[in-house]
Write a protein that binds this ligand. Structure first.
Ligand code: SF4
Length: 162
């Protein structure tokens, strides 16, 4: 059975910077949970950051640097968290992930623009980029139908030929 890496905050774990979560009671996630497919991870916590923590964004024009709102460079824990997520994925032979969009770690279509003004731009987070570089397909929580179709194709490559 293929497993799916999922952002812990989407599963209701209180790991966000503000101590909250972003639970997503979607039928697809609920089914995958019942099937025992979900592998939860929070890269920022696994990278050593506390809960709560100052919000952080990827600095504009310096796509590899992550800064907290207080100006502190938090790139290292973000990179460690991405590596921890990759290690978890490898341990479970995971080929796909559903990660929370807009996050400087987990975003896959949009991230905040680094100005801490609530504006987002097209882009992806540190963990998403590392997973993608290692061949893991990342979907946002807004693309669960697409993710489900991808999973079906992974488990039954002949599905579309029938
Ligand atoms: S790092 Fe990812 S899993 Fe952790 S709180 Fe942020 S979006 Fe959620």
């Amino acid at each position: 059975m293929e497993r799916v890496l999922v952002s812990a905050c989407l599963l209701g774990r209180p790991v966000r910077y503000d101590g909250g979560s972003k639970p997503r009671a979607d039928r697809i996630l609920l089914r995958w949970r019942a099937e025992g497919r979900l592998v939860s991870c929070c890269p920022e916590v696994e990278g050593g950051l506390p809960v709560p923590r100052p919000p952080a964004e990827i600095a504009p024009a310096k796509r590899l640097k992550v800064c907290a709102i207080d100006g502190k460079d938090v790139t290292d824990p973000f990179v460690r968290g991405a590596e921890a997520a990759l290690a978890t994925a490898r341990r479970h032979d995971i080929k796909m992930a559903v990660l929370k969009d807009d996050s400087p770690s987990c975003g896959s279509t949009r991230i905040y623009d680094g100005t801490f003004t609530g504006r987002s731009v097209a882009g992806s987070g540190v963990t998403t980029r590392l997973l993608q570089r290692h061949g893991i397909r990342v979907f946002s929580e807004h693309a669960l139908d697409e993710a489900a179709a991808y999973l079906t194709a992974l488990e039954d490559p002949d599905h579309h030929d029938r």
